[in-house]
Design a protein around this ligand. Structure first.
Ligand SMILES: [Zn+2]
Length: 233
């Protein structure tokens, strides 16, 4: 399977932040740790406290909270729209210096936004994608990516049936640790089912694939070296 960097970018970059959709109580949950309804959406316990201040109210614990709580935009002085625009431009290859000049923001400030966006992207990936599912067949490949100031290797994996991107890993070298990190990501997406993985490239990737799928079994209960998480072929 051949894929371009563009295909990966369009999956990776989050949708542009929209002010109109930022106050939807039906897709928001209470972030209060002590609240019985914490983390649950669609329960009808969230209402809008203030559109002007962008604050929700939880009727379960009677606390209010910012619409940006738990997001990359929380407590930023710059508007979410601008931060979203800058991060999107950066993700598509716009030079950092150009953004600093165009938006009048400090270089370290922009770097902070990128780090926040990365943390949120990873949290969304773990919450939505890294859930056990019957993967069936996974296709994995490494591509050589040209970036400003050098080259890197990007390892990617996709669930073939649904074309769901399971994730990607980046490294300066195309080696076993890179493949292993990718396969550990695949493992976190996999239910205990037979799994077919089709590698294309490194011989060492076979070992890098087998190891993460191995579950140790206590010798006191089962004879033999251990069992394998999924039946890989
Ligand atoms: Zn609450």
């Amino acid at each position: 399977m051949k894929m371009g960097v563009q295909a990966y970018s369009s999956w990776y970059v989050p949708q542009r932040y929209s002010e109109e959709t930022s106050m939807d109580p039906t897709t928001t949950c209470c972030p209060n740790i002590a609240c019985p309804a914490r983390g649950q959406t669609g329960q009808g316990n969230i209402g809008i406290h203030s559109c002007k201040d962008k604050r929700f109210l939880c009727t379960e614990c009677h606390k209010t909270f910012s619409a940006t709580k738990g997001t990359a935009f929380y407590r930023l002085r710059t508007s979410a729209e601008t931060v979203s625009l800058v991060v999107t431009l950066l993700a598509h290859g716009c030079p950092l210096q150009a953004l600093v000049v165009a938006f009048g923001s400090d270089e370290r400030t922009v770097a902070g936004w990128v780090a926040r966006a990365g943390d949120q992207g990873q949290a969304v990936q773990e919450h939505l994608v890294e859930q056990p599912r019957d993967l069936g067949q996974v296709q994995a490949e490494e591509i050589r990516v040209k970036k400003q100031g050098g080259l890197v290797w990007m390892a990617l994996a996709m669930m073939v049936r649904t074309r769901l991107w399971l994730g990607g890993e980046v490294s300066a070298q195309r080696d076993r640790p890179l493949i292993r990190r990718l396969i550990e990501r695949v493992r976190r997406c996999a239910a205990h089912r037979p799994l077919l993985v089709c590698p294309d490239g490194l011989v060492s990737s076979i070992r890098a694939m087998r190891e993460p799928f191995r579950d140790p079994v206590p010798r006191a209960r089962v004879d033999g070296p251990g069992c394998v998480h999924g039946a890989m072929s």
